[in-house]
Design a protein around this ligand. Structure first.
Ligand code: FAD
Length: 519
């Protein structure tokens, strides 16, 4: 790069390539512009005042600079060392790509189906209330991130090659805007193709990917990993195993506990999802009657503290999806779990977001007989209760937000993006008071921040329970290996080391580096 400059521009200039070129010609001089190439390095919108501004960082490069990114990976030699990767979510997939770059052969083992087949199972959940425990919104190729909003920002302060992850997505088909947007997102319509392209690159280089293989046992000899056994009796052997099975692989947590492999209970959060008209959120956030086209559908981020029976619990918004859909994301029949996703254009008329309450140690203590699986047991029980209330279907309980605050069951529901349908009622029928009371307090506070937010204009839909892993699988800070089992590397969200697509991808790369150094 020859130079970079920051500009504060009107949206009309910032979002029009022609007007931006005119502006830069005037600002930098025609001769400079003719002898260089430029691109946007960073873009953020400042909507705090009525005069909306766009902050742009422009990078200037030599005229012959090549911006193109290659998806091709080097071919693996026959003698390459091998590593088992359990789970093809962002942690497993980015680790696989990194292993190939390092000349190590990844063998990816995934319980679910490839993205194309998986789509049919999602349709069956939405249309016929049928949940396949191996192929659903959490399980299958690409993991929980495939049919999601594809937000790619992370609150994690851990450093890593964020730009490299974004460039990999772009090389496999994501829009290059994600390289400079302050809040990049891909969209559920684009993610499956991108994930399939990443998988094809791994296979073309000599890696292996096995779908429909659920790991049911670890082969451990003398406290060292030797391989895994799958439900179909397939066996894979290697002495390095990256375990990236996500926050919903309850059978894996149970297996680790049954085998005496150390795991720990971990705090997480439970609550509901709130849905509004997107136009309401736009008006509230941009303070305009109608959102101009150059502005993206508005989002929000809310956080407060509650006090119930003398215990402080955080209440916060989680995974906000502007212009999105609420989706059924249970991993077994008879549970009700919701989450949110949106297409790349974020053009549904609804805005949704999780509003969740932190689960604290005192809450986990109610389930202490389950040891490290206390949080998992709590999640499961509440999910089953919600499922029983809707007769084992995938319908979700809904309640107008003000009705919830006032403790009144709702008798009707607003139109919704949630395809399986709503059953109006009362959240307290399945939410324990240590979650419902802080939630009600939180909504009252949020209504002060966004007037009307917690009125009956919006409705809450339950249950939002898969916010992060209820279990931590310990690992050494330096080697990233499990402290008891040689060759076992807990990774990503399931191990408690990530919370979202970007942080899971970064953790996958981190673990791949640690494993490569261990040979
Ligand atoms: P996962 O993605 O959970 O992947 C784990 C994989 O392991 C799965 O493919 C699973 O099938 C496989 N597996 C499990 N058990 C076994 C077994 N026994 N044998 C073999 N394979 C197994 N995050 C964001 O950052 N932005 C978003 O916009 C966003 N939206 C979301 C929307 C939805 C609907 C959902 C459900 C999640 C969303 N998330 C989002 C969260 C994000 O998807 C996760 O944080 C991320 O995918 C975690 O990555 P991971 O690789 O650690 O685990």
């Amino acid at each position: 790069m020859i130079d970079q400059r920051d500009f504060v521009l009107s949206p009309e200039i910032a979002h029009s390539p022609e007007k931006l070129a005119e502006f830069l010609t005037a600002e930098m001089g025609a001769a400079f512009l003719e002898s260089t190439k430029y691109r946007i390095e960073k873009r953020s919108i400042d909507a705090r005042s009525r005069q909306i501004k766009v902050n742009l960082r422009i990078g200037f490069y030599e005229k012959d600079y090549d911006f193109s990114l290659s998806a091709q990976l080097p071919s693996l030699p026959k003698s390459a060392k091998k590593v088992l990767i359990i789970g093809s979510g962002p942690a497993g997939l980015f680790a696989a790509i990194d292993f190939v770059k390092k000349g190590i052969k990844p063998i990816v083992i995934e319980r679910g189906k490839d993205v194309r087949e998986r789509r049919r199972d999602l349709a069956a959940i939405n249309r016929f209330n049928l949940v396949d425990p191996d192929s659903n919104y959490c399980f299958g190729e690409g993991g929980a991130g495939t049919y999601s909003d594809g937000k790619l920002y992370t609150r994690s302060t851990k450093r890593g090659d964020i730009k490299g992850v974004l460039e990999t997505f772009v090389a496999h088909g994501a829009n290059s805007d994600i390289l400079f947007e302050a809040h990049p997102h891909i969209g559920t319509n684009k993610l499956p193709g991108i994930i399939a392209s990443m998988r094809d690159a791994v296979i073309a280089a000599g890696g292996e990917v096995h779908f429909n293989h659920r790991v049911i046992d670890f082969i451990i000899e003398n406290k060292s990993i030797k391989g895994v056994i799958c439900q179909n009796e397939a066996e894979f052997q290697a002495d390095r195993l990256l375990l990236a099975t996500g926050h919903s692989a309850r059978d894996i947590f149970q297996l680790l506990q049954d085998k005496g492999v150390a795991i720990e209970a971990k705090p997480f959060a439970i609550g509901v999802r709130i849905e509004h008209q997107q136009s309401f959120i736009d008006q509230a956030q941009y303070k305009v009657k109608k959102r101009p086209e150059y502005l993206p559908p508005a989002s929000f981020s809310l956080v407060t503290q509650s006090n119930f029976e003398g215990i402080q619990r955080g209440v916060f918004s989680f995974c906000m999806c502007p212009g999105g859909f609420i989706v059924p994301s249970a991993t077994s029949p008879k549970q009700v779990v919701v989450n949110g996703m949106s297409p790349s254009r974020r053009d549904s008329k609804y805005a949704n977001s999780g509003i969740v309450v932190s689960i604290v140690e005192q809450d986990l203590a109610r389930y202490k007989e389950f040891g490290a699986l206390a949080g998992m047991q709590m999640q499961e029980e509440i999910e089953q209760k919600a499922g029983t209330l809707v007769g084992g279907s995938q319908k979700a309980i809904s309640q107008y937000t003000l009705d919830f605050i006032q403790g009144k069951a709702s008798k009707s529901a607003h139109p919704t993006s949630y395809v399986p349908g709503l059953e109006p009622g009362e959240m307290r029928e399945f939410l324990p008071d240590y979650i419902s009371a802080p939630l009600a307090q939180g909504f009252q506070d949020f209504n002060k921040k966004i007037p009307g937010f917690s009125s009956n204009l919006g409705q809450i839909i339950g249950l939002e329970s898969r916010t992060s892993s209820p279990v931590k699988i310990p690992r050494d800070k330096e080697s990233l290996e499990h402290p008891q089992i040689n060759g076992l590397y807990p990774c990503g969200e399931g191990g408690g080391y990530a919370g979202g697509i970007m942080s899971a991808a970064l953790d996958g790369i981190r673990c791949a580096e640690a494993i490569a150094n261990s040979f």
